[in-house]
Design a protein around this ligand. Structure first.
Ligand code: COA
Length: 161
C-alpha cells in the first residue's frame, strides 16, 4: 500500500475547487480518502448520503480516490486509518486563522496527526460552498464552479428544474 492522505470536510456540496485539490494531491500521494463529516458545525443543505453520492459521481471511477464519512472527532477517525496525514485546502489569508486553529487543536488531541495545506488554484480563490449555494438559490448560473451533477442537484434543490 502506497502513501495515502485524508481530505476531510463537510463538502456541502463538493466544488471544482475541492476536486482540483484532490487531483493535485494525487501527484504527491498514491491515494486519497475524501472524508465527509456527517454532522459538521454548520447546517448543511445536503444530507450526508447526498454529499457522499455527489462526490462519488463527481470523481467518476478513479481507483486512487476513496469516499468515506465519519462521525465525531476527525483525529479519532484518522487514528484508525493507515495514514497520519490530513490534507486541507487553503484559499486566502482569511482561511488561515481557522485552519491554524483547527490543525493545532487536532494536534493537541492527537500529536501523531500531521496536517498539510495546499493553496487552492487562483481560479477558485473566490468560491466556497456557501457562496455557490447562495447564487444557486436565486437561480444564478454556477456551472464551471461545481461538477455538472452538483449543478443539476442544486437546481433541483432550489426548484429551478
Ligand atoms: N476551493 C473552493 N472552496 C473551497 C476549497 C477550494 N479548494 N477548499 C475549501 N473550500 C471551501 C468550502 O467550499 C467550504 O465553504 P463553506 O464554509 O462555505 O461551506 C469551506 O471552504 C471549508 O469547507 P470544507 O473544506 O468542506 O471543510 P470544513 O471547514 O467544512 O470542514 C471539518 C471542517 C469537517 C474538517 C472539521 O469541522 C472537522 O474535522 N469536524 C469533525 C470534528 C472535529 O474533529 N473538529 C475539530 C477539532 S475540535
Amino acid at each position: 500500500m502506497g502513501k495515502m492522505v485524508i481530505y476531510p470536510g463537510s463538502f456541502d456540496p463538493i466544488t471544482n475547487g475541492h476536486l482540483s485539490i484532490v487531483r493535485r494531491a494525487l501527484t504527491m500521494f498514491d491515494s486519497i480518502t475524501i472524508a465527509v463529516a456527517s454532522k459538521p458545525m454548520k447546517k448543511t443543505l445536503f444530507t450526508l448520503d447526498e454529499r457522499v453520492d455527489l462526490i462519488q459521481e463527481s470523481i467518476k471511477n478513479d481507483d486512487r480516490i476513496f469516499v468515506d464519512s465519519f462521525n465525531g472527532l476527525l483525529v479519532d477517525y484518522v487514528d484508525g486509518k493507515k495514514t497520519n496525514i490530513v490534507l486541507r485546502g487553503m484559499r486566502a489569508l482569511s482561511d488561515f486563522e481557522y485552519e491554524f486553529q483547527m490543525s493545532l487543536m487536532n494536534r493537541k488531541l492527537n500529536k501523531n496527526i500531521q496536517t498539510i495545506f495546499m493553496m487552492t488554484d487562483y481560479k477558485w480563490l473566490y468560491t466556497s460552498s456557501t457562496i455557490i449555494k447562495e447564487a444557486a438559490s436565486y437561480g444564478g448560473a454556477v456551472g464551471g464552479l461545481v461538477p455538472d451533477v452538483v449543478c443539476q442537484k442544486l437546481k433541483e434543490k432550489f426548484g429551478f428544474q
